[in-house]
Design a binder for this molecule. Structure first.
Ligand SMILES: NC(=O)c1ccc[n+]([C@@H]2O[C@H](COP(=O)([O-])OP(=O)(O)OC[C@H]3O[C@@H](n4cnc5c(N)ncnc54)[C@H](O)[C@@H]3O)[C@@H](O)[C@H]2O)c1
Length: 466
């Protein structure tokens, strides 16, 4: 078994190392001394599951996320094996099935086909579009599969609760892909809070910068542009953030209030003469920061949605953009997701949090400030700094997890594959406690999201009842 020990900051154990210190400018100006944050044991592990059993799983939805979770079986073939695949896209179905040696009789199109077939594995990964999660998960549980369910759990609070009830009825595990809980950065942040290093947490400010071209790609042109066909953006994009705030505070949320709207990506903001597609000879194409030709054909970004890669010729991509949703002008899409969304959350004991989801930022990730009675933490998902009010010392955590070969390329700060490792263990031992993003905790933070949306639409504070 490789590298399964817990890691201590300041050590290079298991290949983890501490970066050169980057002291925050505001703190340095205030005369605060900075040093590495050492002496704390974090429950951070490498990616090999601690089990001698190999679990089998089927992947339902062999797109972007399905491939993330299938990758675990490629990395650790003695721990997990993909034995069946379902996807209505023949190219994706074949690509994943061929890679994992899935025989013809276990390759399925629409997910109803695999649900109708005899149970063929320990677990099912459901990485279908949002609107299909509910029915697929209910069927999978009734069939006896443990489930790794992509977020959002379902499109309504009622459906989320029904999945929770179904998991209890059939005594099956449902792991929800709240991957940030498994990212070493957030695990370390939570551990510092749990050890009382900044006293009682009184308040949190958390921001999710979506990054402007990601907003245009996913929530204006792409899969999640329509809140009714998928889920409101506070769930589709930010259920992770509500969940992580709840997890860091370790207290129930009592009330929420939210504001936000779609400010920019709509018809009335189209520059004069803008065409319906970037490929229609739009006079603004060369100067538009959201040009589809620039994003997909020139820069060759995000091409997995078109089933292309960086080797695909420019001309082929431009031709595809003439008919694909991804070639549409960002001011002429049928989108309704807000591009800015601010929520305030009140937790037990009067503890508060504010959360901002922002489209108009040039980078992604998360930014978090945590105010405690004895100290303060500020982090940007790369590093966080813990500053003590008494001795005015700042201590910096910036473990370079991304440089560990196993974690390299793993999305969400390493959380994607660490979640899958815990899922493998949970299934192998039939023990849901090995997961932190179990269905109970995830339904709770989803309800916070549904209530934020209710507040935004009704202009009222809304109670959160779990
Ligand atoms: N945890 C995260 O951080 C995270 C990140 C991105 C997306 N997601 C979620 O993961 C899910 C999948 O997103 P994605 O980006 O992989 O999308 P995707 O479009 O790349 O993949 C979905 C796949 O489902 C297939 N499909 C659609 N209808 C089907 C049907 N009836 N039967 C079988 N297959 C069908 C599609 O052909 C596609 O290949 C979504 O719910 C999304 O919200 C989660």
């Amino acid at each position: 078994m490789r590298n399964c020990g817990l890691l201590t900051a300041g050590s290079a154990l298991g290949g983890f190392s501490i970066d050169a210190l980057a002291a925050p400018a505001a703190g340095a100006a205030a005369g605060i001394d900075y040093a590495p944050l050492t002496g704390i044991k974090y429950p951070i592990r490498t990616l090999d599951a601690l089990t001698d059993k190999q679990i089998s799983y089927v992947v339902v939805g062999a797109g972007n996320r399905g491939n993330v979770y299938a990758r675990y079986a490629e990395m650790f073939p003695d721990k997990a094996k993909v034995v069946g695949v379902s996807d209505i896209n023949d190219f994706r179905l074949k690509r994943m099935s061929d890679k994992h040696g899935v025989p013809a009789e276990r390759r399925f199109g629409d997910y109803h086909e695999i649900m109708a077939a005899p149970k063929m594995a320990d677990a099912m990964v459901i990485s279908l579009p949002d609107g299909l999660h509910y029915e697929a998960c209910m069927l999978a549980l009734a069939k006896g599969y443990h489930v790794l369910l992509e977020k959002p759990i379902a499109q309504t609070e009622k459906e989320c609760r029904a999945i929770l009830a179904q998991s209890k009825k059939y005594n099956r595990i449902v792991a929800v892909c709240h991957v940030l809980r498994y990212a070493p950065y957030f695990i370390a942040l939570r551990e510092v809070i749990r050890q009382g290093i900044i006293g009682d947490v009184v308040s949190i400010q958390h921001m999710e910068p979506i990054e402007a071209t990601h907003m245009a790609h996913s929530y204006v042109r792409g899969n999640w542009h329509d809140s009714k066909a998928t889920t409101p953006i506070i769930l589709a994009k930010s259920c992770h953030d509500l969940d992580i705030i709840r997890w860091l505070l370790d207290k129930p949320c009592k009330r929420v209030a939210a504001e936000g709207s779609l400010y920019y990506f709509k018809k009335e903001n189209a520059p004069e003469g803008a065409t319906l597609r970037c490929t229609d000879g739009c006079p603004h194409e060369a100067t538009c920061p959201f040009s589809a030709i620039t994003e997909y054909a020139r820069k060759k970004n995000r091409l997995n949605v078109l089933d292309y890669d960086k080797s695909t010729p420019y001309e082929t991509i431009v031709e595809k953009l003439k008919t694909s949703d991804y070639g549409r002008c960002v001011f002429h899409c049928d989108n309704d997701q807000p591009d800015h969304y601010v929520s305030t959350l009140e937790f037990e004991d009067g503890v508060t949090a504010s959360f901002s989801m922002e489209a108009f930022v040039p980078w992604g990730g998360r930014r978090t400030r945590i105010m405690g009675t004895k100290g303060y933490i500020e982090g940007d998902m790369r590093q966080f700094v813990v500053t003590d009010f008494l001795n005015r010392k700042g201590r910096i955590w910036n473990m370079k997890v991304a440089e560990v070969p196993e974690y390299k390329g793993a999305g969400h700060g390493g959380g994607d594959l660490a979640l899958f490792r815990d899922f493998v263990e949970a299934v192998a031992f039939e023990d849901p406690k090995r997961l932190t993003s179990n269905i109970e905790a995830s339904v709770e933070s989803h309800i916070m999201g549904f209530m934020c949306e209710k507040s935004r639409l009704s202009n009222k504070k809304v109670a959160v009842k779990v």
